[in-house]
Design a protein around this ligand. Structure first.
Ligand SMILES: C[S@@+](CC[C@H](N)C(=O)[O-])C[C@H]1O[C@@H](n2cnc3c(N)ncnc32)[C@H](O)[C@@H]1O
Length: 417
């Protein structure tokens, strides 16, 4: 029991940290701009996973965790469209965006190792466009043909230019921002953490990502104040930290001062990215929903039927709620609960966009809506977060809603149901 607790504590404390794998002595200008982070695991966690997965498999998992997904997964709103119609529309849109001049669907009978049916794009576009989208395919798992995969490409070697022999000016973005960028997004103002001095609109900049590290004070953070000025020289305190974390090359859309003065807008326009996926921002709204496959499968495995009543307790932004409602063919009721008022409004907006009327939303703290046994008979909705905590749970660090899900109270105390 004590071993288990120590393990959970270790995971919570320092699961892993990201590191560049270049030593300072190896570093020079020609190798500086790369994307090659590696994970440094807590030794206890690493030892456990190697035992479970084997060294090779674990090493592949560890590498994959530092890379973005190579595909986007789209759930088609079957109340409004079909996968085939969506694939046709996407091909047309990508062609209009200049990603492909000609795109032809090949016979959809080729089975991929990942059990997906491949629709290869034959293109006569530029070399650049050919590198962006590799294929669009419909998921071939039985019953999941409303899922469409758009496969991107990467890693790409990026040309950072030499700026007439001088190092490029630079911008550092947050990890969340970088994750979005590598899925096709632009860099918006709130995502910028630091920028070189004297950056003006139109300047070419190298974009790198700042990754949170476990600090001496016991918390996670990027150890960088937003607005930091980058010197671009070895005197720059973050110069070595960002080697191996470059995600692409961009053009500044505003001056350095603007980036930290305004509250919204595109700060830099990404021209080249180490991984490429098309952006689905504002695309086919209501007809498709960008959603990770595990979330889609969760709703699918629930097997919701028309006419049923289903409760989703942490519902925003409404991905699973709307997936469930679609599977119910909008007949019955999905009760969607979230504790944030604005997020509840977001669920309502999404439901309206998708043409789903069987969703009822509530702003509610799920912790206060779950009671156990006799408690719930006499005092509905009166459980507090403290009810979900016991000395044992406190020592594992699991509390609140997770504790309610993982443990239950019976005559002998708390246990796993
Ligand atoms: C990861 S998101 C859920 C994603 C969602 N299930 C989906 O598939 O789109 C977690 C959500 O849970 C909500 N949440 C967290 N604790 C909650 C609580 N005690 N009661 C209600 N909502 C809660 C948060 O506001 C957040 O919107």
């Amino acid at each position: 029991m004590q071993k288990g607790r120590d393990f959970i504590k270790a995971i919570r404390r320092s699961f892993f940290t990201l590191h560049s794998n270049t030593s300072i002595s190896q570093m020079d200008q020609s190798t500086r701009y790369r994307y090659s982070p590696t994970l440094k695991w807590n030794p206890m966690v690493e030892e456990y996973f190697i035992k479970v997965y084997g060294a090779d498999h674990f090493s592949r998992i560890s590498t994959a965790l530092t890379r973005p997904s190579c595909y986007s997964c789209i759930r088609v709103n079957t109340l409004k469209s079909t996968s085939d119609a969506i694939i046709e529309k996407l091909l047309e849109i990508f062609k209009e965006r200049g990603m492909h001049n000609v795109a032809v669907l090949e016979s959809s009978t080729t089975w991929e190792p990942d059990n997906c049916c491949k629709a290869t794009l034959k293109c006569t576009g530029s070399a650049e466009s050919l590198k962006t989208i590799k294929s669009i395919s419909k998921c071939q798992f039985p019953g999941l043909d409303y899922v469409v995969f758009v496969k991107g490409s990467g890693p790409h070697a990026i040309h950072y230019g030499d700026n007439e022999g001088k190092p490029l000016k630079e911008v550092i973005v947050s990890r969340k921002c970088a994750e979005a960028v590598l899925r096709g997004a632009q860099v918006y103002v709130p995502g910028v953490l630091a920028c070189s001095a004297h950056v003006e609109r139109g300047d070419a900049v190298a974009v790198s990502v700042a990754v949170e590290q476990y600090g001496p004070d016991g918390g996670w953070g990027v150890a960088m104040t937003r607005g930091t000025v980058l010197q671009g020289s070895q005197e720059d305190p973050y110069y070595f930290e960002r080697d191996g974390f470059y995600i692409g090359q961009a053009t500044a859309m505003m001056s350095r001062a603007g980036m930290f003065r305004v509250t919204e807008g595109v700060a830099v326009d990404m021209k080249e990215r180490v991984y490429r996926l098309p952006s689905f921002y504002n695309l086919l709204e209501g007809e498709i929903f960008l959603q990770n496959l595990p979330s889609i499968i969760t709703a699918h495995a629930l097997d919701p039927q028309p006419g049923e009543r289903i409760l989703d307790m942490c519902a925003a932004p409404g991905g699973k709620t709307t997936a469930i409602a679609s599977l119910m063919k909008d007949k019955g009721e999905v009760v969607a609960v979230d504790r944030s008022h604005n997020k509840v409004l977001g669920i309502q907006k999404l439901a309206a966009e998708m043409g789903l009327s069987c969703i009822t939303t509530y702003k509610l703290d799920a912790l206060k809506s779950v009671c156990h046994g006799a408690e719930s008979d006499s005092l509905p909705n009166t459980c507090s977060a403290e009810d979900a905590r016991t000395p044992d749970l406190l020592s594992t660090g699991i509390d609140g809603f997770d504790a309610k899900l993982l443990f239950e109270k019976n005559s002998e105390g708390w246990s796993v149901p």
